[in-house]
Design a protein around this ligand. Structure first.
Ligand code: URA
Length: 241
């Protein structure tokens, strides 16, 4: 029997009361996530920064403004998607999340994912990509390629903050969001076709996602020295459910 999904408000209450790790001592408040509770697209960042810690909402600073622009490139509005992070609390000085913090905090993200049940998960940066895909392959190689984790289509992209510090990443980020727009449109067309009983737009079936999203044009401008991995070839056991 599959485990019943926990209502989002219940997960939020658990997060708000969480004291599993010392990050709880330094937070102003937890940052649970925001957006459409039944979103087709779940965006997963790294951890709240200063502004997010103060406001209790992910991606509200400069990276958030840029993320909204990037979402528009893919044909998405912020209110259509759900935005969450790997960690729910800010780390001191925004240092990288530690393995034990990820281990203790990600059960919340896992439950959020099960409850929201998105079709697509967009992972921003290395930490969310490595957690969702259970891979050690870095974002520089994976960005802009459609992957799978269990029944979720996963699309890794550089973290928007990376482009704010390193302008050379902007082009890759913007290309990747443009590339993401294509499977989203295909999925829209398939849903519309299923509704009308038409066979016009055949959906990309399970197992064909990687093939349909060979990184054509994706990641143009990215600094790469190694060939891009075959999409979906490296993904280990699905672990989100
Ligand atoms: N960066 C993230 O990864 N998440 C936020 O919420 C803000 C900045």
């Amino acid at each position: 029997m599959p485990k019943p999904h926990i209502p989002l408000e219940e997960i939020r209450a658990q997060v708000e009361g969480c004291r599993r790790c010392p990050l709880a001592d330094g937070r102003t408040q937890t940052v649970f996530g925001v957006g459409n509770p039944s979103a087709r697209v779940l965006i997963v960042g790294e951890a709240p920064g200063k502004n997010e810690d103060l406001q209790g909402e992910p991606f509200v600073g400069a990276a958030g403004k840029y993320l909204n622009e990037l979402l528009a490139i893919a044909g998405l509005r912020r209110e259509d998607v759900f935005i969450a992070n790997v960690l729910k609390c800010r780390s001191p000085g925004n240092r990288d999340p530690r393995p034990e913090e990820i281990e203790l905090c990600t059960p919340y993200l896992r439950e959020q994912t099960r409850t929201i049940d998105p079709e697509f998960i967009v992972t921003l940066g290395n930490f969310s990509t490595k957690f969702i895909l259970k891979t050690e392959i870095g974002i520089t190689r994976l960005h802009g390629t459609l992957q799978r984790a269990g029944r979720f289509k996963v699309f890794p992209i550089f973290h928007p903050a990376a482009a704010l510090y390193d302008g050379s990443k902007r082009e890759a980020l913007e290309n990747d969001f443009a590339t993401l727009g294509q499977p989203l449109r295909e999925s829209d067309a398939a849903a519309a076709s299923a509704q009308t009983g038409g066979a016009a737009a055949a959906p990309a079936g399970p197992g064909t996602v990687g093939a349909s999203a060979t990184p054509a044009g994706a990641g143009a401008g990215a600094a790469q020295t190694e060939p891009r991995p075959d999409p979906a070839s490296h993904v280990e056991q699905p672990h989100l459910l």
